[in-house]
Design a protein around this ligand. Structure first.
Ligand code: FAD
Length: 430
């Protein structure tokens, strides 16, 4: 076997390390935590999830469902551990964050073919083959070196939502229910009438926010957009967005609300809940004041405050091939969010891709009709929309080639994408 060097023990790094090690290769994995922390990680464990505890839908006719199926076939570590520490969340795969990170950490550190080296890398390692998977919060010195070498290092921002303790929610006002009764009433809901919502909205908009001196423009991802940015588009952006009340009448009184805030379980025990859609850049005292205006949260205890962080990625088109190999150095690879794939699973999936490319030098990438193939084409710049400006992306069905004929039934169309993709793995399943 080869000896492979991996920078960063996050989702992509751990997935790549495991894929290589399980196939008999030796891995030296560099991780700077806990010696140096990032602004979003909280533990010393490898594979920590920095924000939401959701790995999204498991339904086979959704893009995240398809990505999961493909990763399962390839023996994904992240998915295997996620299913072991699943918490109920309707059709989504949500996990106990701490159990998840501990699970990954234990498997990687105890693997006979993996050595974890506790060190902050300040430059691209000279050893080859090497995978850089230091993530969106790559430490400054290394980020500078990467930028020098691969040009136009870009910064985006990601926001995270507050987490509160279950005990502190007023259960006289809150109720358990999933929208349209899909799932096992996994969400905790807080209803607001028009007046209550308007008070919340106005106070939120007028609150003091964290300022960003160094950057003229605050670029944020749509999926992780701070609630204030969303609110700036008008009060109804929230009531038609994360706070939409449809399908969420009170189960006993049948009361209809003007807006409903949903809380999702953060851990198995259900002692901590995440305020869905409430990613914020409000200052901490303002978060306490404003979120406590939501009926039921008057005495909310904050286990974690919302915050906003930098997100670093390289300009992959032109720099990376479909194999996640750099065009400049055939033994240097990138994987994870730093390549401009977006999301926990996408990051992990790209780790598998880079590892697979190292093991099989003749490999040219998965078929373009698969989720993994589509992600690879996204980073290598073959997806049309990337021609002008390179923006990180989740995997979605729009990245796949069309069906050649118009299919009106949306559900059927998605199922056909999924079936077609999985056909390409048939030979691996036999
Ligand atoms: P990471 O998981 O961050 O792993 C990188 C590792 O490299 C870390 O352990 C870090 O400590 C280490 N490292 C960094 N620099 C060095 C160095 N110089 N030397 C050694 N080690 C180093 N995605 C979602 O799907 N859902 C979300 O809710 C979500 N929220 C996010 C919130 C924030 C604040 C951010 C920044 C990103 C979020 N993402 C989210 C995007 C992305 O999916 C995650 O960041 C994901 O963890 C990326 O995986 P990764 O392996 O690329 O990086």
């Amino acid at each position: 076997g080869k000896t492979v060097y991996i920078a960063g023990g996050g989702l992509a790094g751990c997935e790549a390390a495991y894929y290589l090690a399980e196939r008999g290769h030796e891995v030296k994995l560099y991780e700077m935590r806990p010696l140096v922390q990032t602004p979003a990680h909280e533990t010393e464990f490898l594979g920590e999830l920095v924000c939401s505890n959701s790995l999204k839908s498991t339904l086979p006719d959704t893009s995240s469902g398809l990505l999961k199926e493909e990763m399962k076939i390839l023996g994904s570590l992240v998915l295997a551990v996620a299913y072991q520490c699943q918490v109920p969340a309707g059709n989504a795969l949500a996990v106990d964050r701490l159990d998840f990170a501990k699970g990954i950490d234990e498997i990687i550190r105890n693997h006979p073919h993996i050595e974890v080296i506790s060190e902050e890398l300040t430059d691209i390692p000279a050893d080859r083959p090497c995978i850089i998977a230091t993530g969106p919060l790559t430490s400054d010195k290394l980020a500078e070196k990467i930028k020098e070498r691969f040009g136009g290092g870009l910064y985006f921002f990601d926001a995270i939502a507050p987490v509160i303790s279950f005990d502190s929610v007023d259960m006289e006002k809150a109720f358990f229910k999933s929208r349209w009764e899909k799932g096992d009433n996994d969400y905790l809901n807080l209803g607001m009438n028009k007046e209550q919502y308007e008070l919340f909205y106005n106070e939120m908009m007028a609150s003091e926010k964290t300022e960003f001196k160094d950057f003229e423009k605050l670029n944020v991802y749509e999926g992780c957009m701070p609630i204030e940015e969303m609110g700036a588009r008008g009060p109804q952006t929230l009531t038609f967005g994360p706070f939409r009340p449809v399908g969420l009448r009170h189960p006993v009184t049948e009361e209809k609300y003007y807006a409903v805030v949903q809380l999702r379980k953060e851990n198995k025990e259900g002692t901590a809940y995440n305020l869905v859609g409430c990613q914020t850049k409000m200052k901490i005292p303002e978060q306490k004041r404003v979120f406590r205006l939501i009926p039921g949260l008057e005495n909310a205890e904050f286990l974690r405050f919302g915050s906003i962080h930098r997100n670093t990625y390289i300009h992959s088109p032109g720099n990376l091939k479909r194999t996640f190999q750099t065009t400049a150095d055939k033994d240097l690879y990138f994987a994870g969010q730093i390549t401009g794939v977006e999301g926990y699973l996408e990051s992990a999936a790209s780790g598998i891709l880079a590892a697979h490319s190292i093991i099989y030098p003749e490999f040219e990438g998965f078929h373009e009709e698969t989720a993994l193939g589509a992600l690879a084409r996204h980073v290598s710049g073959e997806v049309a929309e990337n021609k002008k400006e390179y923006v990180p992306s989740n995997f979605h069905f729009g990245m796949l080639p069309g069906h050649g004929e118009k299919i009106r039934d949306k559900k059927l169309k998605k199922q056909m994408y999924a079936d077609r993709a999985l056909e390409h793995y048939k030979h691996l399943c036999d």
